[in-house]
Design a protein around this ligand. Structure first.
Ligand code: HEM
Length: 415
């Protein structure tokens, strides 16, 4: 394995489980803004992109930097992709048409109606957790809110939400043996390559979605699943493959990401108690604090693209078919864009972070919803918690894809 000028192997998941390599990214931004990294076979290596400006430029240029071979390190065949392609793995114009089906459900106005619901959910969770004094913030709070909001939007039955959380976790954290028994990169996953995240649990998620679709065909409603069933693209209804994949991406993209932002946000306030005091003293900081929590936590560390023609960027020559990894986690701390980027600052503004992507057509569809959830949870925490402290070591997920926390033991002082 080549560990080039940054002195780091970005594919070493055990290292990511211990910590995010912020210092190494700082060196890479300075010394090797775009650098080649080898990978273990069967993978072929990747161009690693560290600077903010390059990430935005590449995201914008969908003709030369395609999403059609997937957005992870995995190297699926065209047939694999045909079976499991979601909206995130498409290029315009097909991407534009499919995204239009979902977009109206996620505008700022459409998601604003959930504010009251998010507040209620948050308070139900806090009513349970806060009297304990010490508890796992991931389990009792961060995990509880996003899936229930998604359940309401999509029309998912309440008694299946825990199962959906578990399946979603087994997929997005498919490299962590504590979370899944079929570990990508370690076990033989050949039999599952046509399923989401190359996992048998991807098939389980589809099956669950299909049952719900059948039910909704019999009992149409005004939820997102019913909208998807009515939708047409160029006069045709969505195919079963489209529906399977819409279901899986919504459950996966809309759940753990927001949970991570909430949990990493609270961890940041444990580490920076003065910032918690500042936020509590001035509710006008709620929006900037939300953006700073998103920048700091960077729930999704990267997205991948694939080069469609030979291209040169920053004097680096890339070949058609090469894989590129856009490290949002590095761009979020790029000193050319953020002053004093290693400072957690709830008053930071402007804050054009990359946590939802930026510049291209794939920018997170759920961004307004995620922002709403983070803002409302912070608001309620401000009202009810005077002080956070760590009550044990946080447990990180073994992955370089997300900044996941499995456990965050906290002690709280009531307000
Ligand atoms: C803090 C929470 C979240 C983070 C950090 C996040 C992050 C991202 C990122 C980085 C992308 C890809 C951007 C790109 O390639 O340019 C993305 C795409 C997407 N996200 Fe989110 N996301 C979050 C919450 C949500 C929620 C709540 C939903 C929906 C309920 C959602 C649905 C999607 C979808 C459908 C896409 C694909 C969009 C497309 O390809 O056009 N996300 N998200």
């Amino acid at each position: 394995m080549a560990a080039p000028r940054g002195g780091v192997d970005l594919t070493d998941l055990d290292a990511w489980e211990r910590r995010v390599p912020y210092e190494e990214f700082e060196r890479l931004r300075r010394e090797a803004p775009i650098e080649w990294f080898d990978e273990q076979p069967p993978n072929h290596g990747f161009w690693s992109v560290h600077r903010y400006a390059d990430i935005v430029e590449i995201s914008r240029d969908t003709a030369r930097f395609s999403s059609a071979s997937g957005v992870s390190f995995e190297e699926p065949t065209a047939e694999d992709m045909a079976a499991r392609r979601t909206v995130i793995d498409m290029d315009p114009p097909a991407h534009t048409k499919l995204r239009k089906v979902l977009a109206p459900s996620f505008t700022p106005r459409a998601v604003a109606v959930y504010e009251h619901f998010v507040r209620e959910l948050t308070n139900v969770a806090l009513d349970q957790a806060l009297p304990l004094g010490e508890f796992d913030f991931v389990d009792l709070v961060a995990k509880q809110v996003p899936i229930r909001v998604l359940g309401r939007i999509m029309g998912l039955p309440g008694d299946q939400l825990d199962e959906l959380i578990e399946l979603g976790d087994k997929l997005i954290a498919n490299t962590d043996p504590e979370i899944t028994d079929v570990v990508w990169g370690r076990d033989d996953t050949e039999a599952y390559r046509r399923f989401p995240f190359r996992s048998p649990y991807g098939k389980e998620l589809w099956d669950l979605g299909r049952e719900l679709v059948k039910d909704r065909l019999r009992h149409p409603s005004d939820d997102l699943l019913s909208t998807l069933l009515q939708a047409e693209i160029d006069g045709d209804r969505l195919t079963e493959v489209d529906l399977d994949n819409f279901f899986s991406i919504l459950v996966i993209a809309g759940n753990e990401t927001t949970r991570i932002a909430l949990a990493q946000g609270v961890l940041a306030f444990c580490d920076h108690p003065a910032q918690w005091d500042l936020l509590r003293s001035d509710s006008a900081l709620l929006n900037s604090a939300t953006e700073e929590v998103l920048r700091w936590s960077c729930p999704t560390h990267f997205m991948r693209r694939t080069v469609t023609e030979d291209v040169t960027l920053r004097d680096v020559s890339m070949k058609e078919g090469d894989k590129l990894v856009l490290w949002y986690v590095s761009g979020n701390r790029d000193e050319e864009v953020f002053s004093d980027p290693e400072r957690f600052d709830v008053a930071r503004t402007p804050n054009p972070h990359l946590s939802f992507g930026r510049g291209g057509p794939h920018m997170c569809l759920g961004a307004h919803l995620a922002r709403l959830e983070v803002r409302v949870v912070l608001d309620e925490l401000c009202r009810r918690v005077a002080r956070f402290e760590l009550a044990g070591a946080p447990a990180r997920t073994r992955t370089n894809f997300t900044n996941g926390l499995k456990r965050l033991p906290v002690a709280v002082g009531a307000a």
